[in-house]
Design a protein around this ligand. Structure first.
Ligand SMILES: [Zn+2]
Length: 594
């Protein structure tokens, strides 16, 4: 999907976390210590018998604790055990009188043993909710144990016609959405949810969503706020489930970026810090307008006539041609790496986007601001390289001259065959929440191919789309294409959901170095457990007369690995790491002559 032009990337960053409302509930001084209470996701629980301390640990009847957190399970008086299944599949087993509980297959010591009272099992409340991944806090002043779902991760994914945003939470989350304008943004409040998301801000630049920000907007009750900065209003569909919430964002047909604000699905509180963080319309710079049609610009208004890219030997020229002398202000921005040139006093009559290739991925030109006019040209790097900004032709031509390293000749005559596992009628492994192996490994494989080609390595694929390729045909396909190295890409599965990480398999001695180098790069950079190199009698490895490995890029049966594998960013990291391993191998080992 083509990237959309960012018309107004520069805006003061709304640092919501700093101005989140830390409303302190008032408790009258000198009040009697209250009986202990448990509040789950904002809901005070009516428990019978009521929660009580045993040896300083709060115990409460299991039965009343589960449903508010969307957990299931029950107490079996015959075996004196209780099994609890959390909304994300965590399992906790308690036994009356036993100091040991089993959490996801592992034994854990309890602060006090569960006990039976009036035919009900009383369990340590804090232990239970922590085992289910909840945020738990004891509040002394009100003698209340507060329990809230935690937001683990936001997964942004391409979906047919739009963007899919999956909010992964440890427990139930209430969702409120509102669309605000000037600038266009979608505010998603996750109520009764504490944020455990480390990345506070992601630049997207796709599907009309420029940026996604996450902040703990409020405590008591906990509200995690996700703000999506939009190019134009979108249609939003919310599909909540036991824990995850999925939002579908689709561009609204005929939406205009500066159009009126659509009615909010649910009104946001007027004291919203988002409203505070964004300057009021009178104080803010004028809202940027969409790209203007040429007819709406007076013929003699200063303007950008054209943006072009010229290729010369060893360099690229991004040429911004004005109809009069131009001034500019240049700066570098990260994520993605780009050079931003703001050109005051001119119009861009037609928004432009040029896919370039080489050191520059794309060049975009658009009106960033009107009244006063500022045109913006963005040069987005594919590889950071040397460049220079110069004015030519009396200042009316602004040129970014970029060193273009000629692509290297194929390395040592090597041809790398990339073999994405499965395909077509064979889906491969199915992830814990439904991610399908054949899709993930194809995407990783294509990214690996591109990463290798960018480095001048010839790469071929055993499949480039969702088609079935017989296992017996894979190595022959590679050999017919002249392959000298064979890399099969798979994602793993196991019945034990806790297992996660990357591993590389080889079979024959000529493949040990290849496996080692790939695994070393994976272990160093993808950020999930390094499970090392292994041997296995896989058919493709057995069949291959050339160095061959099979990389398992993660465990689909592990929730964390699966969630990462859903993200383009992680797949890219994996592909690049494999690519670096392959390049190290082929620079050390000459290709076998046929
Ligand atoms: Zn597989």
């Amino acid at each position: 999907m083509a990237r959309r032009t960012s018309r107004r990337a520069a805006r003061s960053r709304a640092v919501l976390c700093l101005i989140g409302l830390f409303v302190l509930a008032g408790f009258p001084a000198g009040a009697q210590p209250a009986a202990p209470a448990v509040v789950v996701n904002g809901q005070p629980l009516q428990l019978d018998p009521p929660p009580a301390f045993r040896g300083g640990v709060l115990l409460a009847p299991l039965q009343g604790l589960l449903e508010p957190y969307a957990a299931t399970g029950g107490w079996d008086p015959l075996t004196r055990t209780a099994q609890v299944v959390g909304p994300r599949g965590s399992r906790v087993v308690f036994r009356a009188g036993d100091r040991v509980a089993v959490v996801d297959g592992q034994t854990r010591l309890l602060p006090v043993p569960p006990e039976v009272a009036a035919g009900k099992l009383l369990v340590p409340v804090e232990f239970l909710f922590r085992a289910l991944g909840a945020w738990v806090k004891w509040e002394e002043v009100s003698s209340t144990l507060h329990v809230a779902s935690q937001i683990l991760r936001l997964v942004l994914d391409r979906a047919p016609g739009g963007l899919r945003v999956q909010v992964e939470a440890t427990g139930p989350v209430q969702v409120r959405t509102a669309q605000l304008s000037q600038p266009d943004r979608l505010v998603v409040d996750l109520v009764n949810a504490a944020s455990r998301i480390e990345t506070r801000e992601v630049t997207l630049g796709e599907f009309g969503v420029r940026r996604v920000r996450v902040a703990q907007f409020q405590v008591k009750p906990y509200v995690t706020r996700v703000v999506l900065d939009l190019d134009a209003p979108v249609d939003v569909e919310v599909a909540p489930s036991a824990s995850d919430v999925v939002l579908w964002l689709r561009p609204r047909p005929g939406a205009v970026a500066s159009g009126p604000s659509p009615p909010a699905a649910t009104p946001m509180p007027t004291s919203s810090p988002e409203a505070v963080a964004t300057p009021s319309p009178s104080a803010s710079p004028p809202a940027p307008s969409p790209a203007l049609a040429p007819s709406s610009v007076s013929p003699d208004a200063p303007k950008i006539l054209e943006v072009t890219v010229e290729r010369q030997v060893g360099r690229l020229r991004v040429v911004v041609q004005g109809d009069r002398p131009l001034h500019y202000h240049a700066r570098e921005l990260p994520d993605p790496d780009r050079l931003v040139l703001d050109i005051p006093g001119v119009f861009v009559p037609v928004k432009q986007e040029l896919a370039v290739g080489g050191p520059v991925e794309v060049v975009r030109a658009a009106q960033f601001q009107t009244d006063p006019d500022v045109a913006r040209v963005v040069v987005q790097w594919q590889m950071r390289t040397r460049y220079e900004v110069v004015l030519e032709d009396g200042g009316s031509r602004l040129v970014v001259v970029v060193d273009d390293v000629p692509s290297q000749p194929p390395r040592g005559g090597h041809v790398v065959a990339i073999d994405p596992g499965h395909g077509g009628k064979d889906p491969g492994a199915i992830g814990a929440t439904g991610l399908v192996e054949k899709d993930v490994v194809l995407d990783v494989g294509l990214r690996l191919r591109d990463a290798l080609r960018r480095q001048g390595v010839r790469a071929v694929m055993t499949r480039e789309s969702d088609v079935f390729v017989d296992l017996a045909d894979r190595v022959p396909i590679a050999l017919r294409a002249g392959a000298t190295v064979f890399v099969s890409v798979h994602a793993n599965a196991t019945t034990r959901g806790v297992i996660r990480g990357v591993e590389t398999y080889y079979l024959k001695p000529d493949s040990v170095l290849l496996a080692t180098l790939i695994q070393e790069e994976l272990g160093r950079s993808v950020g999930i457990p390094d499970r090392g190199i292994r041997t296995a009698n896989f058919k493709v490895l057995r069949d291959s007369p050339i160095p061959a490995v099979l990389v398992e890029v993660g465990y689909l049966t592990n929730l964390e690995d699966e969630a990462l594998l859903r993200t383009p960013a992680f797949r890219q990291r994996v592909a690049e790491a494999i690519g670096r391993g392959v390049v190290r191998f082929i620079s050390q080992v000459p290709a076998l002559q046929p």
